[in-house]
Design a protein around this ligand. Structure first.
Ligand SMILES: Nc1ncnc2c1ncn2[C@@H]1O[C@H](COP(=O)(O)OP(=O)(O)OP(=O)(O)O)[C@@H](O)[C@H]1O
Ligand SMILES: [Zn+2]
Length: 469
């Protein structure tokens, strides 16, 4: 069976063929650590986690690299405005170095809570200043750079197909330009190295052959992917907002320096939206994973929610959809836990599941095959073994989950009272009030489930409980 993936360079789904037989290089642009990640950012990392698991399902060994952007990402992706790190430092009163560490740790904790696999390599921009300087020197030697009073820039007119990934209309961009270029020669030119402002000492700055300053945002990914993978590797990922500028400029750098467009496949996750707008850190209005946990949501319910939408479709966040995902996940867990071990996976189910995954990661369809499996008349032990096998892709850790069974005594009186009120509402067929009470119970961290054999109440598990705990 072969895996087919959508490549944004060619704008089509095509068959994946690895560059090397032995391993697949996967580079994912990492977080800019000036604040907590929002659940939109996390949607992109979940898509990348699924991609990696899908490749592993197909027998590939994946060399997965995630970078940490801890310098050089300016407020505007077009090289204007303040460095996001310096601004984050002003906002929190901590040093840029301290917030980089704090938000990197927070990001990794979110990844673990969502059951994302640890990459083979974490690399941060500030640890690779020498590699970035060497890359810029190579570009300079080949004649792609020029100097202005505030930095060293890449001259995008030197490449015939600059902007191909984003299908940029360069003539249109120039004609429609309203902002002043300053000393930049072309609107698409971008900074490789920025000088520290005269008379100012930045918190993060380094000496370079051109003067004291800091690297531009795009050069870190070209330099670190070449170091930890190669200048030509398999798959490069990020969110869809990276196509027009960040990835376009990474490609320009590699074309100029190495004659490659970095990666054979360019894959992008589409946005998580809130009220039809992109959820955004810089706008300040965002939901963190912790915000969901505070409301009694299991982090893996958010994972489940993301799997219900194809990665190339926008996903509009609603609390109702998240609650529904949580209920579905709980149903999956409890059903799985009720089945005996000792079976073998059903091959026909495995093939159907894998066909959906291999069809450009169609996880919504793959999940549908899981629900068909639950309803099927296969032996329970076979169903359990089959779910075990596909959980390597789904990442729900079903075999580590244990019901958070609580004796009646440990349910707080407040919750018990609400449950009793809800029972009376249901008897009176007051569904609206019954739903409101369910939400109130969830606010207190408990989930009420209506079943044929009665109503059960469980504490919402903060996280999967290891079987050996
Ligand atoms: N709403 C969103 N939905 C899905 N992915 C997103 C969203 N916003 C950003 N991303 C992706 O998250 C990853 C991390 O982005 P990064 O930490 O650089 O965010 P940022 O650009 O600083 O923040 P923001 O764009 O939210 O102001 C990138 O791959 C980016 O494309
Ligand atoms: Zn990048």
């Amino acid at each position: 069976m072969t895996i087919e993936l959508y490549d944004n360079w060619e704008r089509r789904v095509r068959q994946f063929e690895p560059v090397h037989k032995e391993w697949v290089g996967l580079y994912c642009c990492g977080p800019t650590v000036y604040d907590f990640a929002h659940i939109g950012n996390l949607r992109t990392y979940l898509f990348e986690d699924i991609l990696r698991r899908a490749l592993e399902l197909n027998g590939y060994t994946v060399r997965h690299v995630i970078n940490i952007t801890d310098v050089g990402h300016l407020l505007s992706d077009a090289d204007d405005g303040e460095d996001k790190m310096e601004r984050g430092s002003r906002r929190t009163g901590e040093s840029a170095w301290a917030i980089a560490q704090r938000f990197t740790d927070a990001f990794k904790a979110d990844m673990r809570a969502l059951n994302m696999l640890e990459p083979a390599v974490w690399c941060k921009a500030t640890d690779h200043i020498a590699e970035q300087i060497a890359f810029i020197q190579a570009l300079e030697a080949k004649g792609y750079t020029y100097r202005t009073s505030d930095g060293i820039y890449f001259d995008t007119t030197k490449l015939d197909d600059y902007g191909y990934l984003a299908r940029i209309d360069k003539a249109g961009l120039d004609a429609g330009r309203r902002v002043s270029l300053g000393e930049k020669r072309n609107v698409t030119d971008f900074a490789l190295w920025k000088f520290s402002p005269a008379g100012e000492t930045r918190q993060m700055e380094w000496d370079s052959p051109w003067g004291t300053g800091f690297p531009g945002w795009h050069i870190e990914c070209s330099a670190m992917s070449a170091k930890y993978l190669e200048p030509w590797f398999d798959i490069h990922c990020g969110g869809e907002d990276h196509i027009a500028i960040h990835h376009t400029n990474e490609i320009a750098q590699n074309q100029a320096c190495h004659g490659t467009r970095l990666a054979n496949f360019w894959m992008h996750g589409h946005f998580l939206q809130l009220d039809a707008a992109k959820m955004s850190k810089s706008s300040g209005d965002f939901l963190r994973l912790q915000t969901l946990l505070d409301k009694g949501i299991d982090p893996l319910a958010y994972r489940y929610l993301c799997l219900t939408a194809h990665y190339r479709s926008p996903l509009n966040f609603t609390w109702e959809a998240l609650q529904a995902a949580q209920s579905a996940l709980m149903r999956l867990r409890t059903t799985y836990a009720s089945w005996p071990a000792g079976g073998r996976p059903d091959q026909s189910f495995m093939e159907r599941f894998r066909a959906e995954v291999n069809n450009d990661l169609n996880l919504p369809r793959a999940l549908a095959t899981v629900w068909e499996l639950l309803k099927s008349d296969l032996a329970p032990a076979v169903k359990r073994a089959s779910l075990d096998a596909v959980d390597s892709v789904l990442g729900f850790d079903l075999n580590r989950w244990q019901p958070a069974h609580l004796g009646e005594a440990s349910i707080p009186d407040e919750v018990k009272a609400l449950v009793e009120q809800r029972r009376q509402c249901r008897a009176a067929k007051d569904w609206k009030q019954s739903d409101a009470l369910r939400a109130a119970i969830a606010e207190l961290g408990y989930q009420v489930e209506d079943r044929a054999d009665g109503m059960t109440v469980r504490r919402l598990a903060g996280q999967a409980v290891p079987a050996d705990a």
